[in-house]
Structure formats: C-alpha cells, structure tokens
Design a protein around this ligand. Structure first.
Ligand code: PLP
Length: 412
C-alpha cells in the first residue's frame, strides 16, 4: 500500500481541530456540517496569527522589508493554489472573496464582453444559488438566455436534456457544479468539458464542494473556469479562487476598479494591469490568503487519495445506517457521490430534525441549502443534510443514526 492510500489516522488529525473536542449541550460535539464551512486546523490559525504578529504590512505597495515579506507570503499562495489544481500558470489564479464572488466576476466581466444578447448560458437543476443567480442577473442586464439542464431521478445530469439544451448552438457557456451540495453527486467533468468544447461552448465548474474531497486537475479536466472558496477547504472565510485559462483572462475586462488593478491612470483614462492583478482591486484579504495557503499545505500533507478513501468509507457507512431508519428518505442515489447526504423524514420537518439533533450535540444543516429550485425539483421544501470532513469519524455517523432514531420516536 502506498503512503498516499494509508488509512487516515483520524483521531490524530482531530488533535489539530481543538473545537471538535468541545461539548455542546453537555454532549460530545458531533460536527456534520462541513459542507457549509469546515473547521480550521491549528496550522491555519497559527499561519494567520504569525503573519499578523511578525510579517504584516500591505502587499505590493511598499518598498520596505515588511511589505516585501507579506507580499512574498501572499503571492506564494498563488503558486500553492496553481499547484493544487494543476493550473498552467500562477497568473491563471485570481483571488476573490469566495466562490460566489468568483462566479459573479465571470458573469459580470466575461459574460458581458464575450457573450452577445441572444447567446445562452446553461446550468443544471442542481446548482447552488451562487451558480444560478449571477446568470439570471446577466440575463436581465445583458439579454442572454438562461437554460436549465434537467437531472434524473437518481440526481445525475440528464444527458438527453443536455443535448436538447445545446441543440440550436446558442449555448456558449455550460456552468455546472462539480459536486452537488445537496445530493452529493459528482458530475462527469472531463466528459462535460469535451461535450461543451465540441459544441463551441466554454465549461465553468463550481468546485466549492468538490475541491474539498478530491484532487482536482483543471488541465486534465480541460475546464475553462473553476471556482471555489477557502473556508470549505479548512481555510478561513473571506478568500476564494477563480481559475480561468490565461487566454480567457487576458480578454476579460476588470470587475472592480481601484488600486492595484491598473497599469496607468490619468483623469482621462486608465489602463489595466495584466491578469490576475487586473481582477484584484484594492487591498486583498492578505491574512486570509495566507491562511488558505496553510490549509492547502495541510490537506496536501494529509493527501487527497487518503481523504477521498476515508470519505468514501464514511459515505458508504452513512448510506447504510441511515437507510435502516424507518421513514427516512435519502435524496439522490448517484453512482459517483461524495460525503454530503440530504434526507427527509416522515412527519418531521427538517428544522425540527436539526434542532432535536442539536440538543444531542449533533450539528447538521437544515433548509433549502441555497438550492431552492432543486428543492422544487425534488418535491420537498427543505431537507436535513449531514456532510463530512477529513476529521469525521464513523462513530459520529452512528451518533447521528441514534439521534435520528430518537427524532423518529418523538414524531411517531
Ligand atoms: N457552490 C456550492 C456547490 C456550494 O456548496 C456553496 C456553498 O455552500 C457555494 C457555491 C457558495 O460558496 P460561498 O458561499 O463560499 O461563496
């Protein structure tokens, strides 16, 4: 067995996440809400503390020691992100606040410059609002069309629907989740890239969930755009990533104007810096970016093969134990699925499930998960959702099952 596929020593890893050893309502804290935001290892907290205590100044602006130190540390994270996703160049990595801002950036700048009124953008029925609302806004402001690719009963992309959506040749962008935050479904990204490219469209992937669970290689996928947030990847909030192919970024006008994104400014006219700085107006999230760098070091040291394998076991175990609970229905049954499981229970509202579990120290999410149209498609108004991280233990899934049995008895 290679080192990379050694089983994770989860108990050891959990020592890095002190929050997990707390009690909640007098019970051991069982955190099953990593899909919303992951906990942070001490290495991330330490890196952020270090920059503030010992290496802090504004970046790119000062010709002094501290500014150079901070700039080097900040820019080094661009290399780490490029390596993490195997980008062709560090200049293809734009720092944003989060995945949401990355999608908005693409919709606003690429959408308005590369798309003509009448061109279409296609998304699927299982998108997070972050990959739906920006395209509605583009449609309303710019006259593009928004098309929706259906999903099947199992919660996978419906290829017939995809063919239909592309049939008249108007779709210029296919923008899809790489992993659904509700159903856990992974989309077949290489195949989708080939499909889009053969039809003259670009592919954008919302990797907010997938980046946490699997090694992502944007060049192997041949994605044109890839977006994710730092806070789900065990990093801090306030830092996100937009990857785009260099030739696309080169052609994109800026998103916001201000300091750092210009080449020159006069009262009459300004010219733009080259990517990625063209898209990073103003003082960036220096401390958070450095925290993201530490999070990337952390997950890479743990190893994506091991993380993926651990989460595969957890998911299998969870699907097994949850399906034993009477009246509980798991949504989605995709072949290729990750550690995000949504469910509903007969007679118990998702909010009640979450509240009763919370009393037992168990944190799950309940609601529409920022995917209201998908809720409609699934015929529910909300679901409860358990989502796993590299620190999740099988015993915690058993605790969830025991907790849900109690919920069932209360509502029976
Ligand atoms: N896309 C997916 C699939 C998500 O799960 C999320 C967050 O839950 C987002 C996008 C948006 O991420 P953020 O709120 O960090 O921008």
């Amino acid at each position: 067995m290679s080192l990379a596929t050694q089983p994770l020593d989860v108990h050891k890893l959990r020592e890095d996440f002190s929050i997990l050893s707390q009690k909640v309502h007098g019970k051991p804290f069982v955190f099953l809400d990593s899909g919303a935001s992951a906990q942070k290892p001490k290495q991330v907290i330490e890196a952020m503390r270090f920059v503030m205590e010992a290496q802090y100044a504004n970046v790119h602006r000062g010709l002094h020691y501290m500014s150079e130190k901070a700039s080097d540390a900040y820019e080094a994270v661009r290399d780490k992100v490029a390596e993490l996703i195997n980008a062709g160049s560090r200049d293809e990595i734009v720092f944003t606040r989060n995945a949401t801002e990355s999608v908005n950036l693409v919709a606003y700048t690429w959408g308005r410059s590369a798309l003509k009124p009448g061109d279409a953008v296609a998304v699927s029925e299982m998108e997070h609002h972050a990959n739906l609302v920006p395209w509605q806004m583009l449609r309303d402001a710019h006259g593009t069309e928004l098309r929706i690719v259906k999903i099947t009963e199992s919660g996978e992309l419906d290829w017939d629907s995809l063919e239909q959506v592309f049939a008249d040749g108007k779709v210029k962008l296919l923008s899809l989740t790489h992993m659904s935050n509700v159903l856990g479904t992974y989309t077949p990204v290489e195949r989708l890239a080939a499909f889009a490219h053969e039809r003259g469209a670009k592919l954008m992937l919302d990797g907010a969930q997938a980046i946490v669970h699997r090694a992502v290689d944007v060049r192997a996928i041949d994605a044109d755009f890839y977006v994710f947030s730092g806070h789900k990847l065990y990093g801090p909030t306030g830092i996100g990533v937009l990857y785009a192919k260099a030739e696309i970024l080169e052609q994109m006008p800026p998103f916001m104007g201000g300091g750092d994104m210009i080449a020159s400014v006069t009262y009459q006219k300004s010219t733009w810096a080259k990517p990625p700085h063209r898209f990073e107006a103003g003082t960036p999230a220096i401390i958070e970016t450095i925290g993201l760098g530490a999070a990337i070091d952390y997950v890479r040291a743990v190893g994506f093969d091991a993380i993926a394998e651990h989460e595969r076991h957890l998911t299998e175990h969870a699907l097994g134990v949850l399906s034993q609970i009477e009246g509980l229905r798991i949504l989605g049954s995709a072949q290729d699925r990750g550690g995000v499981i949504s469910f509903v229970m007969k007679d118990a509202h998702a909010h009640d499930i979450a509240t009763l579990l919370d009393r037992q120290g168990i944190a799950v999410r309940a609601g529409h998960h920022c995917a209201e149209p998908l809720m409609g498609r699934l015929g529910v108004t909300s679901t409860a959702r358990a989502s796993f991280g590299l620190y999740t233990l099988p015993e915690e899934i058993d605790a969830l099952a025991t907790g849900l049995e109690r919920v069932r008895k209360i509502f029976a």
